[in-house]
Design a protein around this ligand. Structure first.
Ligand code: GAR
Length: 203
């Protein structure tokens, strides 16, 4: 069976990376192979997760390479060298340039912790998304997996899952529930869906 070589890009804790690694380990991503974990943060816990899973990891550190263009050139070279066919953004906290996106058109996916088009776009990331949702008083939020194009959080939607806001929620409690009930469920599933599509087994 054809398998797409997948790179997961993350900047922090990497719980979504872990969900993807666990799903792959359990045989749930038969059309993909998690070939690389790449981070722009030398202190990212995602590195430990990659090591534990025996997956190659690379650090292109924001502090050491502060210029985004330079970092992107290094990342692109690493992806091409390894024959990566799908780029998965799992809490990767740098917006990719149009040039980068063009090189991997419809082959970059991202998870966002809200129901797009609510609470998305530049400035909405991580805990800020949940702070904004609570400040607006929404009763339902959730997560979205989408293709990445040149519009921040604007690419075609692949999957969404709703999560109820509870009385007394804090940004942190809401973040954890959205991860547990939505992100960790729909993101690994979307990786398999897109890999399958890329192998040409599904029209
Ligand atoms: C996740 O909640 C992800 O949806 C969010 O960052 C967190 C990363 O957590 N991404 C964004 O806000 C992108 N705009 P993780 O490192 O534990 O997976």
């Amino acid at each position: 069976m054809n398998r797409v070589r997948v790179a997961v890009l993350c900047s922090g804790g990497g719980t979504n990376l872990q969900a993807i690694l666990d799903r792959a380990q359990a045989g749930g991503i038969p059309h993909g192979e998690i070939a690389l974990v790449l981070t722009d943060n030398a202190g990212a816990y995602a590195i430990e997760r990659a090591k534990a899973a025996g997956v190659e990891y690379l650090v292109v550190d924001k502090k050491q390479v502060p210029d985004r263009g330079e970092r992107e050139a290094l990342i692109l070279a690493a992806l091409k060298e390894r024959g990566i066919g799908l780029v998965v953004l799992a809490g990767f906290m740098t917006i990719l340039s149009d040039d980068f996106v063009k090189q991997y058109e419809m082959r970059i996916i991202n998870v966002h912790p809200s129901l797009i088009p609510s609470f998305c776009g530049a400035g909405f990331y991580g805990l800020k998304v949940h702070e904004a949702a609570l400040a607006r008083g929404v009763k339902v939020t959730g997560a979205t997996v989408h293709y990445v194009n040149e519009v921040c959080d604007g690419g075609p939607i692949i999957a969404q899952k709703a999560v109820l806001v509870e009385e007394g929620d804090t940004p942190k409690s809401l973040q954890l529930r959205v991860m547990r009930e939505a992100e960790w469920v729909i993101f690994p599933a979307a990786v398999e869906t897109v890999c399958k599509k890329l192998t040409g087994e599904e029209v």
